[in-house]
Write a protein that binds this ligand. Structure first.
Ligand code: ZN
Length: 212
């Protein structure tokens, strides 16, 4: 989807779902799950659960309906600046597509402009655009980097994501503190080790350990 596209608007259209989320169908499916696990869907505490779950999916998976064109609108500027821009410790909340359980953590994003910069507040929004979907952390990391690469055509982009995965903490191997770290390095961050090191040293400085 993102990989083969160099046109920001085509890319944006590919990422955007026009149709509203079908909350009624989600509600019905949640009722079925409740019955299937042996619950009584008529029990007082559960009466509104299907609707609550549907609404929480609406929020947790809102990335499909964030319009990337609106996000970019009037936020890209021509500026003569060619030093590294870093936004670190961006919290994100995502859902693993294999188990539909949350994974959360933080993302660090850097780029070195060629002649365009993006409004600072837009970088966390780009992280939201890709995190509030059913995801795997590896793809999310690459998508954030490639999106910025297509939109700004910078000298390079770097993204490092640290995530804690509920599906790993609660089930299967049950590792409470295993952080997953993924990175995507493009352009000068890939080709020049000094640039990469400058970024990695910056995000390591004063970093707290990640916890739920
Ligand atoms: Zn999972």
């Amino acid at each position: 989807m993102v990989e083969d596209c160099n046109d920001p608007l085509t890319l944006a259209a590919d990422l955007f779902c026009e149709e509203e989320m079908d909350l009624d169908t989600i509600e019905g499916a949640v009722e079925e799950i409740l019955t299937a696990v042996g619950e009584d869907v008529g029990r007082e505490g559960l009466l509104k659960t299907p609707r609550r779950v549907a609404r929480s999916y609406q929020e947790l998976l809102s990335g499909y309906r964030m319009d990337p064109r609106a996000l970019l609108n009037e936020a890209v500027f021509d500026v003569a600046y060619d030093e590294m821009v870093i936004v670190r410790d961006i919290e994100f909340y995502s859902m693993c597509e294999h188990h539909m359980l949350p994974f959360i953590g933080r993302a660090h994003v850097a780029y070195i402009p060629t002649d365009k910069v993006i409004g600072l507040s837009k970088i966390p929004r780009i992280v939201n655009l890709f995190s509030r979907r059913l995801q795997v952390q590896e793809r999310m990391t690459t998508q954030i980097a490639e999106f910025i690469d297509v939109v700004l055509n910078p000298q390079g982009v770097a993204v490092v994501v640290e995530g804690l995965h509920m599906c790993m903490m609660l089930r299967g191997v049950k590792k409470q503190n295993a952080r997953m770290i993924t990175s995507a390095m493009l352009g000068v961050f890939r080709n020049e080790s000094s640039t990469r090191t400058e970024f990695l040293e910056n995000i390591a400085r004063g970093a707290d350990s990640l916890r739920f």
